[in-house]
Design a protein around this ligand. Structure first.
Ligand code: GLN
Length: 420
């Protein structure tokens, strides 16, 4: 069987192909040389499957998409508290190149607009590191995320350096506030080089899937970020990644995302997949027009919106059986699926509202594939209380989804002596 996923992606790409709205970014002159007809779409799962259609293997510059990852690197190197001292996490509602600072603290409002991104860039590497070395650290990070050596578009880089009055103005503002100390020209040159790193839609999908996978690159298996760092960076992508159209994006697409004026957009759906599009014509916010349309369609068709209400956890108790009779009767609760807070709450609610008349209870976890830490604590506490109420409680856990259940609390491991 050929998996239908690439056919499905091709169908979505076909449906969006006729969209030709928007304009190439022209404030970086070299970007006007890009073929506006390019259209690539790629998807990578947390298991490392990669699908790409159209111009998914054409290289283009990352531009602002790099900001998300570099923010993560700054946090990885300095810790979140130190980064927050210099860059806040509030959506600005301003265009990305706005000289946008908080009135009270003087900090840039978030790391996705240029002011915050330039500050985060300077937080990479030890104090006093030179701009070239700092770029190398950033380049290494981006290569680790893509799982291959990435090049730099030297022409786009030079073109941006020569037209970077606005970013220089931002850097000077940052210096005047003491938020950065390095010379503005050096900082903007290295920051523009970061933006000129070349990727394909396929690379970006894998990079986004690394975030979806809690920081572990799904193909190479390398841990790039910790789970906590990813949580921070996805949160900021969700609220600020699409600049002054972030609210519109969250309500229509509902996936943490980041766009770049090179025409790329990445989206990262925690625990599931990374998606990326490449289509260089941009709207007035600097976001790819066809990229947005494609994401809207994918999100609606595939139910990827984060706020899509998950089916209730009712199905967690898969079956309840009574085995044996009279004094020897045993009640078996078979749980299944993923048990998180609400699923555990449901099981405990059920046990407390409707206490089994049998004195022996078996909680069978054979069909459970994972138990979140909070649910683990809740279930163990519930079983401990049942024991205090006089029940004998057994756990069947052949898949080891509930490690160290602390038999000291009176919980018996393994099935009861009678057949269940
Ligand atoms: N939105 C973007 O992609 C902007 C990135 C670009 N290099 C800049 O700083 O202006």
């Amino acid at each position: 069987m050929h998996t239908p996923v690439p056919d499905y992606l091709a169908e979505v790409a076909d449906a969006c192909a006729s969209s030709t709205g928007g304009e190439l970014a022209s404030y970086i002159p070299e970007l006007t040389r890009v073929d506006p007809r390019y259209f690539g779409l790629a998807m990578a799962t947390v298991d490392g499957s990669i699908y790409s259609v159209g111009d998914g293997d054409v290289e283009f510059t990352m531009q602002s998409i790099s900001k998300a990852f570099v923010y993560g690197l700054a946090i990885r190197e300095r810790g979140l508290a130190a980064v927050l001292e210099k860059v806040d996490v509030e959506p600005s509602g301003d265009p990305y190149d706005e000289l946008s600072f908080e009135a009270s603290t003087g900090r840039p409002r978030n790391p996705m607009i240029n002011a915050g991104a330039i500050t985060a860039h300077t937080l990479v590497g030890r104090d006093g590191i030179d701009a070239g070395e700092r770029f190398d650290l950033i380049h290494r990070l981006l290569c680790d995320l893509a799982g291959r050596e990435l090049g730099v578009d030297e022409e786009v880089w030079q073109s941006e350096v020569h037209t970077s009055d606005r970013n220089l103005a931002i850097a000077h503002m940052l210096r005047s506030k003491g938020l950065i100390t390095d010379p503005a020209e050096e900082v903007i040159s290295a920051y523009s080089r970061q933006c000129a790193v070349l990727v394909t839609a396929r690379d970006l999908a894998v990079m986004a899937a690394t975030l979806a996978n809690g920081g572990v690159q799904p193909v190479t298996g390398k841990r790039v970020f910790s789970g906590e760092q990813v949580r921070q960076l996805l949160s900021v992508m969700l609220t600020c990644g699409m600049y002054d159209s972030a609210g519109d994006w969250v309500s229509t697409v509902g996936i943490p995302a980041k766009s770049g004026v090179g025409g790329g957009i990445i989206g990262s759906l925690p625990g599931q997949l990374g998606i990326s599009t490449f289509s260089p014509r941009l709207d007035q916010h600097g976001n790819s027009v066809r990229g947005i349309e494609t994401f809207e369609r994918l999100s609606a068709d595939m139910g990827l919106h984060l706020m899509e209400v998950a089916p209730p956890a009712r199905s967690v108790v898969h079956a309840v059986r009574v085995v044996g009779e009279g004094e020897d009767a045993v009640r078996v609760f078979e749980l299944s699926g993923l048990i998180g807070f609400t699923a555990a709450e449901r099981v405990l609610q059920w046990l407390s509202e409707d206490p089994p008349p049998e004195r022996t209870v078996v909680v069978d976890l054979t069909e459970v594939h994972d138990i979140e830490s909070v649910a683990r604590r809740m279930l163990l506490e519930g079983m401990r209380r049942m024991r205090l109420d006089g029940y004998v409680v057994h756990i069947v856990d052949s898949g080891d989804v509930l490690p160290d259940p602390d038999p000291g609390d009176g919980i018996l491991l393994g099935p009861p002596p009678m057949a269940i």
